[in-house]
Ligand binder design. Structure first.
Ligand SMILES: [Zn+2]
Length: 161
């Protein structure tokens, strides 16, 4: 990933083998090999100076023993009055938000099943912001991680069918 390394303008002091790097604007699109985030990144982190598979900033926060992270999950489904079949009433995907413990916000990511196989892909969504503002166009509810895993498995199976 030398194209990423070439964009680095500033690097934080390393913590163990972990090091965060800031890149020049504009942001670039990247697929994080650790968490499946596919979207814009301004900062990436290397592990033991490995530039073949740098990870995204929330992954850096996860991996850093001094940073406490929080992950929350939501189910996303159509409102019942829009549902035509019983299956339409089930959540069709999951949003996860990854942030820092005790802080608001964080990155909201929507699960996208991927035809290429086992890889999880998560992409940007504004749905939680809309939901907090005047309600989004979907029925969005907080759920546990096991519930999220179940919905993801169903979404994936449906996509691969
Ligand atoms: Zn990541």
């Amino acid at each position: 990933m030398t194209w990423l390394r070439d964009r680095v303008t500033h690097s934080e002091p390393p913590y163990g083998g972990l090091q965060l790097h800031e890149m020049t604007a504009p942001s670039v699109t990247y697929l994080c090999p650790r968490c499946g985030w596919h979207g814009y990144v301004r900062k990436i982190a290397t592990i033991n100076d490995d530039w073949d598979a740098p990870v995204c900033e929330p992954c850096y926060n996860d991996l850093h023993p001094g940073i406490e992270t929080a992950v929350t999950y939501w189910s996303v489904q159509d409102y019942a009055y829009n549902a035509r079949t019983p299956e339409d009433r089930l959540p069709f995907t999951v949003v996860r938000r990854r942030g820092l413990s005790g802080r608001r916000g964080g990155r909201a990511e929507m699960y996208r099943p991927h035809l290429s196989g086992d890889r999880e892909v998560w992409e940007f969504t504004s749905i939680l912001v809309e939901e907090a503002r005047d309600g989004s166009s979907y029925d969005v509810r907080p759920i546990s991680e096991p519930e999220a895993r179940k919905i993801m498995a169903r979404t994936r199976a449906k996509c691969l069918a």
